[in-house]
Design a protein around this ligand. Structure first.
Ligand SMILES: [Zn+2]
Length: 240
């Protein structure tokens, strides 16, 4: 341990110190079980084997509460004691949302690394993330970025790989024949006029992401789709 940083988060204090640990595993050269991951609208996650993962309901619930407390804050009189109190309340709810999202990302990255030996993501455009002024979108992007970071370091520890695919046209391209099939936001299905592939829109993207990192089999279709077992809220500890 070489440095220690003391940090305050609203009314909590943290001591943060980095430690060095030896590398534990060697990366697998020939992944047997690769997966592509797509995050669609409303931060729903789709895997290249067709599984869908929905973020826990409590996340949306807390976001609602955050908006409510923020509205209350805007109604308080400037420089009043009540305004100060409400400001702290908002900050606490903010922290709660942030910690819950981090917790979810730790659990999801853990599950991904446990189940698959190569995980392919879409490369995020940092420039787009910074320039985007739509709040909900920028929060989703930040969370998505966190999931990628967590998965990367957990994979490294487990001797597994994370690859990043170019994100251009992952939604339009046909994952079987490569034919461009433009869709608007409301179209949930990919219907290829060239090879007649019919697939859920996000599933098609997830397969494209895996194909682009060089480990996909374009026509891979699972025999059956099982729901992804996610650890429940509050269960288990995940190291940083
Ligand atoms: Zn096609």
């Amino acid at each position: 341990m070489k440095t220690c940083t003391i940090r305050r988060d609203v009314d909590r204090w943290y001591a943060c110190f980095p430690v060095e640990t030896p590398a534990t595993a060697v990366e697998t050269k020939h992944p047997k079980n690769p997966v592509g991951v797509d995050v669609g609208l409303k931060s729903l996650i789709t895997l290249s084997n067709g599984e869908k993962i929905e973020p826990p309901k409590y996340l949306r619930k807390m976001q609602k509460r955050l908006r409510r407390e923020q509205r209350r804050l805007s109604r308080k009189r400037k420089e009043s004691n009540n305004r100060d109190k409400q400001r702290i309340k908002v900050a606490r709810v903010h922290r709660k949302v942030r910690l819950q999202r981090t917790d979810f990302n730790h659990k999801l990255s853990h599950t991904l690394v446990n189940r698959f030996d190569l995980i392919a993501f879409e490369r995020l455009s940092i420039r787009n993330m910074i320039q985007n002024h739509h709040l909900a979108k920028s929060i989703a992007d930040a969370s998505w970025y966190q999931l990628q970071t967590f998965t990367s370091y957990k994979a490294e520890y487990a001797g597994k790989s994370v690859r990043f695919a170019e994100s251009r046209d992952t939604t339009t391209e046909c994952s079987r024949c490569g034919f461009p099939v433009p869709k608007n936001l409301s179209e949930r299905m990919h219907l290829c006029p060239n090879c007649e592939l019919m697939k859920d829109r996000d599933w098609n993207s997830a397969v494209n992401i895996l194909n682009r990192v060089g480990w996909g089999t374009p026509e891979s279709t699972p025999a059956k789709i099982e729901p992804l077992p996610l650890p429940q809220k509050g269960g288990g500890k995940f190291g940083r």
